[in-house]
Design a protein around this ligand. Sequence first.
Ligand SMILES: [Zn+2]
Length: 193
Amino acid sequence: MAKNKAKLDHGPCPVCGRAIITLLTNVKLADEAEICCDCAAKLRVMYPLAYGKKKGKKKIERLDPLEAMTLDEVRAAMEKAPGQLEDLRAKYGRNAVFAVEDISMYSHGWFMPPYISAKGKDVFGFFDIGDEVEILHAGASVKAKILDIEREIATEKDADAWIRRGEGGYPIKRMVFSQKDLIISPGDLIVKG
Ligand SMILES: [Zn+2]
């Protein structure tokens, strides 16, 4: 009976007590406990979500380190995560940091600056389309505006909002810029705030 009930009623999140809404990106842990998407998001700075191929599989899947943890481990991590985020903010002196790993350029037509598509990882914080950011490149800082953000996997259930905006360690697939004389290279940081 308990089993059938569990399917319909997910009950409160065992970490924060808020109701678990089935449609959101909750995470089922190794011991079957289910935590809410807000609690999971707070832990991403320590346990980033990745996408890749599991051993022996061809399909690209969501690889979530939280799924290998127990509720006790998650509770312990929850105590450390805010401090870790503060340390990162202090280290970079910013509210959001994206590390560029790869660059593609696309023509944008005559007399128009090319599209620069920066692939990389959200180290921490959120980014949105239209954000004014700085590109830290070769010791210099250049102002730029995010033209577009491509999410990692379009079909990924409901992960949309999180992945688009990024949160500590979430993969944002690409940030797109188009601006005269803008140079972005792998190793650069895109920062905000
Ligand atoms: Zn929660």
